[in-house]
Structures are given as C-alpha cells and as structure tokens.
Design a protein around this ligand. Structure first.
Ligand code: COA
Length: 180
C-alpha cells in the first residue's frame, strides 16, 4: 500500500511478512474472535494478504496493518473493504478494525479509525462509509459511536451467518462525507 497514515501514536501501513505470526496469534485468540462465527466471516480473513492486494488493485484501498509508533509492535488492522454479500445497504464501503487483546482499552482503534475516515473522505473521495457488527459486539459499536457514525434504524441478518445463530443479527452504522 503506497499510502501510510500516521497518528499521534500509530502508523497505519502496508503489510509485511513479519506481521503474519502476530496476525495469526491475534486470530487464534478466542477473546478477539468472540463475535465471529466459526464459519463464514472468520474464513474471510484467512487469506488476508491476498485480500488486501486484490482490494488495492481493484479498488485502490484496503486494510492497513496497525503498528505502535514507539515500539514498532504490530497490533492489528484497520481500514476499508467492500462487503462481499448483498444487503439493503450494499454496494458499500465498510470501515473495520481488529486489534490484539493486549492493545484494547487504550483508544488505539478509535485513533486508527479516525485517521482512516479522514483518508477515505479527503484523499479517496468516499461519499459514504458504513460499519456493522453483531448486535452484541459492544466494544466495536462503541468505536463506531466514538468516531461519530450514526446508527441506522434497521438491523439486518448477516447473510453469511447461519439462521438462528446468535451472531446473525447485526447493527449498521453510517457516516457521510458531509457529516464528518
Ligand atoms: C473492536 C475493538 C477494536 C475495540 O477495541 P477497544 O480497545 O474497545 O477500542 P479503542 O481502542 O477505541 O479503546 C477504547 C477504550 O480505551 C480507553 N482509552 C484509554 N486511553 C484512551 C485514549 N488515549 N483515547 C481514547 N480512549 C482511550 C477508552 O476509555 C475505552 O475504554 P472502555 O472500553 O473501557 O470504555 C476490539 O475490541 C477488537 O479488536 N475486537 C475484536 C475484533 C472485532 O470485534 N472487530 C469488529 C468486528 S465488526
């Protein structure tokens, strides 16, 4: 990814080979994956490198690896993708985040997401950005609200998650260029 973003405490950058081990460890942590079912969305990230590359080629944007500036530690990812399923709000550009558990509770996701939103609206010319998660994912919903996204009245059932699965109902948040 040619573009790197810097915040007060973080660098958002292209992925490197040495991110793979901490990335795999993050994904193996049940606390981090609590709101992803065993099938479907969890598999979506198995080939993240390929996914990022494809997104960059096709769309010119993707998911940044997130690193703490002071320690150079890889702590997860934040960035943009296009939902691969059809719903009442697609096609859309989604902002998303995932951090290793030890990096939670320090405002890093919010800081990274704000930098991405600014990049998306100012540099990439996005008109609207959405974010969504399982209705019970309190921490992710709190990030959406802290960065100023607005909750859509409609919840939706994630089509890649089995019927009757407790993680199927999702909340949807939106932000428009003229509201940020
Ligand atoms: C979603 C996720 C990134 C949120 O992490 P988080 O640590 O709760 O969010 P932030 O990094 O924005 O940190 C906010 C917390 O840090 C605290 N904080 C400490 N220092 C702070 C600072 N300088 N600035 C802002 N907040 C700060 C805030 O008070 C808040 O604490 P609280 O949760 O006790 O209210 C994380 O839970 C995660 O990776 N989950 C698994 C993956 C996932 O579910 N992704 C979303 C799928 S759609």
């Amino acid at each position: 990814m040619a573009v790197h973003l810097q915040t007060a405490r973080l660098t958002l950058r292209d992925w490197r080979q040495d991110d793979h081990a901490p990335f795999a460890a993050m994904n193996a942590d049940a606390r981090v994956m609590e709101f992803f079912p065993e099938t479907g969305r969890r598999q979506e990230f198995d080939d993240l490198a390929g996914r990022v590359k494809k997104s960059l080629t096709q769309n010119g944007f993707g998911l940044f690896a997130v690193e703490v500036r002071e320690t150079k530690e890889f702590i997860g990812f934040t960035g943009f993708s296009r939902p691969s399923f059809e719903a009442f709000f697609t096609p859309a550009i989604e902002i998303g985040w995932r951090l290793k558990h030890s990096a939670w509770g320090q405002g890093y996701a919010t800081e990274a997401a704000r930098a991405c939103l600014s990049h998306g609206f100012v540099d990439l010319g996005f008109e609207d950005v959405v974010s969504f998660t399982a209705v019970s994912n309190r921490r992710s919903i709190a990030v959406m609200e802290r960065i100023g996204m607005t909750r859509d009245q409609k919840t939706f059932n994630h089509p890649d998650i089995a019927e009757n699965h407790p993680l199927r109902p999702h909340v949807l948040y939106r932000m428009s260029n003229n509201t940020c």
